[in-house]
Design a protein. Structure first.
Length: 426
């Protein structure tokens, strides 16, 4: 067994935190953590979530010390790992991100389109502040970014800080789990040629035990992947398997109509789920994560995080799908931009595998989405109106300059209090 001295969770008051900590309970035979430090700007949420985490750790018989603080430098100091899972503006901001674009006939979603753009712009000043604390108080720590939009936030940190940064998403591990379930094999026998960006990605090839099963999967896609939102004809046309968030690109009109007809946005539903979860977390008799947490999303989040952390600590040098600097992994994309690809993870760090050029059927969408991400980073860091308008205009879900300009004006004003880079006067 290996021991990690201190892991700090920034955004420790998130309802996801018990899921993350449960990963260390499930892997207690492989790793122990001296201190699990939870930091949040909300003392109330910190007390509720931290209380449950303490009970979980005690119930499981772990020796980890769980500490809570609103003092970020104290939280960061001496940490071996910083796990970031923040939401600037809370659920109210997410709901605005969903509703304003719908008024312009554009999908409102927290990681794609205009919604993802504004979430990034609210988040970038905050994560750069966090990064400055990490650089000062824990310069050798790994910064593991779960904060959405994960690829854009990871690219910001890679471009504008000297930290050791890796972005993480649970979509790849969930896709691999579905494949393993369909073929009735252990999860570690599945290898995915996963190419693209965070939430803009495709599976080029699927291997089980070294055998290429891509054609089998495509022939039976409806049976193989429950709740898969893409029809077989699209899969055959592309020649690759699109992943979950690409439904907003390939079926944009349909998704807009569904969102406009829905009684509640996803953010409003999640806000209700979170309220119920926090009520359950406050129950002093609760000592394990409740099953209702699965309704929040984030399945296998803890497994993805623990696998990454263990590989870095134990020098496993295994292959995991994470967000890293491209550095030639995917041809036709900027070397300094973030991509989501299989990487070798070990004590040396995180090194992307060379995935080569993208298939012609998906190249243009991926390149356009990458340009949107990079303009979003530029605008989020500098507050440039021109860069912001470019980010909105070039997004694949925004249909015209007129719509881009109107969206930018409406969404900047609605988020003014969280955008110091655009409104330095307050």
């Amino acid at each position: 067994m290996t021991t990690i001295g201190k892991i700090t969770v920034i955004g420790g008051g998130s309802t996801y935190t018990p899921e993350f900590v449960d990963g260390f309970i499930q892997h207690r035979d492989e790793v122990s953590v001296g201190e699990i430090m939870l930091h949040d700007i909300s003392q109330e949420r910190l007390d509720i979530v931290g209380g449950l985490v303490r009970r979980m750790v005690e119930h499981a018989g772990l020796e980890s010390r769980v500490t809570l603080t609103t003092d970020r430098p104290a939280a960061v100091e001496g940490a071996d790992f910083i796990v970031s899972q923040i939401r600037v503006g809370g659920m109210a901001a997410r709901i605005r991100d969903e509703k304003i674009p719908l008024q312009h006939g554009v999908i409102g979603q927290e990681t794609t389109g205009p919604g993802g753009t504004l979430k990034a712009w609210r988040t970038i000043p905050a994560v750069l502040d966090i990064a400055r604390d990490v650089e000062q108080y824990a310069p050798d720590a790994w910064y593991v970014n779960f904060t959405n939009p994960s690829g854009i936030i990871t690219e910001t940190l890679l471009k504008h800080t000297p930290l050791k940064v890796v972005g993480l998403c649970n979509n790849p591990i969930n896709f691999a789990a579905l494949v393993a379930q369909f073929f009735g094999v252990p999860g570690d026998t599945v290898f995915l040629e996963w190419v693209g960006l965070n939430h803009v990605n495709w599976v080029r090839r699927v291997y089980v035990g070294g055998r290429d099963v891509t054609a089998d999967l495509m022939d039976q896609v409806e049976q193989a992947l429950p709740y898969y939102p893409f029809d077989a004809e699209l899969v055959r046309t592309l020649g690759v398997l699109p992943t979950w968030y690409l439904q907003y690109y390939y079926y944009h009109d349909r998704k807009v109509a569904e969102a406009q007809a829905a009684e509640k946005t996803r953010g409003e539903v999640v806000a209700e789920v979170e309220g119920d979860l926090l009520s359950k977390y406050a129950d002093p008799t609760l000592v394990t994560k409740p099953p209702e947490l699965s309704m929040r999303g984030g399945a296998l989040y803890s497994e993805a995080a623990i696998r990454l952390i263990l590989s870095l600590v134990l020098d496993r040098r295994d292959v995991q799908i994470v967000d890293v600097r491209n550095e030639g992994a995917i041809g036709g994309l900027p070397d300094d931009g973030s991509v989501e690809v299989p990487c070798v993870v070990g004590a040396h760090g995180v090194v992307p595998l060379h995935m080569g050029p993208l298939p012609e059927t998906i190249r243009s969408l991926c390149q356009t989405a990458k340009a949107w991400e990079s303009w979003t980073v530029e605008a989020g860091v500098t507050g440039s109106r021109r860069a912001a308008l470019m980010a909105m205009l070039i997004n694949p879900l925004v249909p015209s300059f007129d719509v881009a300009r109107a969206l930018l004006d409406d969404m900047l004003e609605a988020n003014r209090e969280y955008l110091p880079q655009f409104y330095p006067e307050g």
